[in-house]
Design a protein around this ligand. Sequence first.
Ligand code: FES
Length: 107
Amino acid sequence: MSDVKISGLDDAPPENEGRIIQFNHPFTEYPYTLALYQSGGRFFVITDACKMCGSSLGRGTLKGMYAACAREGHPWHIKTGLCKFDRTQSQPTYRVQLRDDGLYIEI
Ligand code: FES
């Protein structure tokens, strides 16, 4: 596990909006594509690709704490990763640390 900076404070999405984050893990070099959202003044990160349909959640919309693509077939809770309509399905989420120089996740 590593602390990875995923965004500067100036680049962070505004309230109720999302953004796609792409980076290679500093040790494993594994490429990650994640979705970063701001809600209630806090930041949340969930895997970008919807597990059910493959659509981008970072390009989707946020309603309450649920992110979904334009089809809105599978809204995912951005904190717990659970699917709204099928709670046996979940996507990985990552806790975001707000630091002086930006946003970090442990991954
Ligand atoms: S996020 Fe998969 S159907 Fe919209």
